[in-house]
Design a binder for this molecule. Structure first.
Ligand code: FEO
Length: 168
């Protein structure tokens, strides 16, 4: 049955495997952001908490976008398992640094699928993934801007730094 579905699909099998890996990466990013939101919420860092809740939802929407794409094009999307999400952070800056690390990891994974799609001539996936390539560049820039702001504010009280975290 699985072979029959795969024979008829427009996507390349190796790309589908990487897309399923990407589904897991996006869900993991969502779970990490939820843990970060919780840390901020517990410390009354309201803007930061709002920022991370919103990021968690955004990553889930990325996961769903890929999930639907795989199923809509004859592949089999796999519901992702996410383990080992850390809830331990020592500072607000540390959280945003971890967030940048997570985004860089996702960017690398997206580039990896994109490269494979191009290499095997899976144009459907390549075109679909272009949106994610652009999105990741914007996401990384957003976190880098926040880290620059945190560095500039130096020893200002945490609440004042939190007030400058964008919530949109
Ligand atoms: Fe969907 Fe920011 O990774």
């Amino acid at each position: 049955m699985e072979t029959a579905i795969r024979r008829d699909m427009i996507l390349h099998v190796e790309v589908v495997d990487l897309l399923n890996h990407q589904i897991m990466m996006e869900q993991r990013a969502s779970s990490k952001y939820l843990a970060m939101a919780s840390w901020c919420d517990q410390r009354e860092l309201r803007n930061s908490a709002k920022y991370f809740y919103s990021q968690a939802e955004e990553e889930r929407s990325h996961m769903m976008k890929i999930f639907k794409f795989v199923n809509d094009n004859g592949g089999s999307a796999l519901s992702p398992t996410v383990t080992e999400v850390s809830h331990e952070y020592d500072s607000l800056k540390g959280i945003f640094e971890a967030s940048l690390d997570a985004e860089i990891e996702v960017t690398q994974a997206i580039h990896n699928v994109f490269k494979k799609a191009r290499q095997v001539g899976d144009f459907t996936s390549e075109v679909f993934l272009q949106w994610f390539v652009t999105e990741q560049a914007e996401e990384e820039e957003k976190v880098r801007d926040i880290l620059d702001m945190i560095d500039l504010m130096g020893d200002f009280p945490l609440k004042m730094i939190d007030e400058r975290i964008p919530t949109e």
